[in-house]
Design a protein around this ligand. Structure first.
Ligand code: ATP
Ligand code: MG
Length: 344
């Protein structure tokens, strides 16, 4: 049975939204609106897998919503909401906790990275995070998921969970009239020159909200001066830029900045090197500052404006949640029947 094409993705309200979130995820969210029905979620339940100060969490949830709006996501044509307002995410996640295998979760590199050496002391939620992510997507039976490169492994796990559910309950699924598969196998959409934006301080680490150094990232709310300072201070090597992509292979910091430029400009790395290759790094960095300020400045301004009216943001989340609940509710009813839960 063919599934209706639907896009789902989420962003955690865990701190400052940055250029990596923007280029790896949010710009894709915006572009996909023309060709698909889209559901974009502020995943507050994922956020609390690591400690969040309650008043901060509320603020950041609104700020991520403001970023979605400021970047051009249309909350009327599509759906914007926060995860905790749709209880079906947690309900389906429990079923998936019972479908996914420990061995699968043990392979997840994000858990290993985030737990670090203190594994005994992190939350159970951090470990089960990918099962909730599978539920986020599949509770809408979404078919396409735009994410950054770092989420590729979790997407693969979502597919494995969907597949195992379809296999384990095959008889019940077909008996209930859902054909040979209840869940689609969701496809990741990971494309373009900036699917993994790296830290400005360390070309081997991804740019992240949770990095303690603010100089490691460009925040969507940074002003022109902060953007300029961070790019000028960004780690590089002493060589001039190469003229061909091959010359970037062993130069992660240079490769990162070229990728950022290409993504912001909507072009390829090769084209950027065609323009700046052989020239001084400082010339390229100055051009990157101008480009980043031109693209991000208006977004930051709009976000700040939207944040002055939290009631308006909350109303958008309430409306989106009601519409999301209608879809998720239908899925959960079917899942309960398939699993054999008695319901009234
Ligand atoms: P945290 O450190 O709290 O996990 P994060 O920066 O990884 O924060 P998320 O909310 O986990 O942000 O991810 C939101 C989206 O942004 C995901 O699709 C993720 O793949 C993407 N993303 C995150 N960091 C980057 C990056 N450095 N480059 C490209 N995409 C990224
Ligand atoms: Mg993350």
């Amino acid at each position: 049975m063919p599934f209706k094409q639907l896009v789902f993705s989420g962003v955690q309200p865990t701190g400052n939204l940055h250029l990596g979130n923007y280029l790896g995820a949010i710009t894709k969210f915006v572009a996909l609106q023309d060709s698909y029905d889209c559901i974009y979620c502020v995943v507050d339940m994922h956020a609390i897998t690591v400690w969040q100060e309650p008043t901060e969490l509320t603020h950041t949830t609104r700020e991520v919503t403001a970023a979605f709006l400021a970047c051009g996501i249309d909350p009327k044509k599509h759906i914007i909401f926060n995860q905790s307002q749709v209880a079906e995410h947690a309900e389906l996640a429990w079923v998936f906790n019972c479908v996914a295998r420990l061995g699968w979760l043990n392979r997840m590199t994000q858990f290993k990275e985030k737990a670090g050496k203190d594994r005994e002391n992190v939350s159970v939620g951090l470990y089960a995070y990918p099962n909730l992510m599978a539920a986020d997507i599949l509770v809408y039976r979404a078919t396409h998921v735009p994410v950054g490169e770092d989420q590729k492994q979790h997407l693969e796990l979502s597919r494995d969970i969907a597949q195992k559910f379809n296999n384990d309950f095959a008889k019940s699924i077909s008996a209930r009239g859902f054909g040979d598969a209840f869940f689609p196998l969701p496809e990741p959409i990971i494309q373009g020159p900036a699917t993994r934006v790296m830290s400005l301080r360390d070309g081997s680490k991804k740019m992240s909200k949770s990095d303690p150094s603010d100089y490691s990232r460009i925040n969507l709310t940074d002003d022109a001066e902060a953007i300029a300072q961070k790019i000028r201070k960004a780690k590089t090597d002493p060589e001039p830029l190469p003229s061909e992509e091959k010359g970037l292979e062993t130069r992660p910091e240079a490769e990162n900045l070229v990728g950022i430029y290409a993504a912001l400009e909507g072009t390829t790395r090769a084209a950027v090197l065609g323009q700046f290759g052989g020239g001084q790094f400082s010339t390229f960095k100055n051009a990157l500052v101008d480009l980043a300020v031109a693209k991000l400045g208006p977004i930051g301004t709009e976000m700040k404006k939207l944040m002055q009216d939290p009631a308006h943001i909350d109303a958008i989340l309430a409306d989106g949640s009601a519409r999301a609940r209608a879809i998720a509710g239908e899925t959960m009813t079917a899942v309960k029947d398939i699993v054999g839960f008695v319901r009234s």
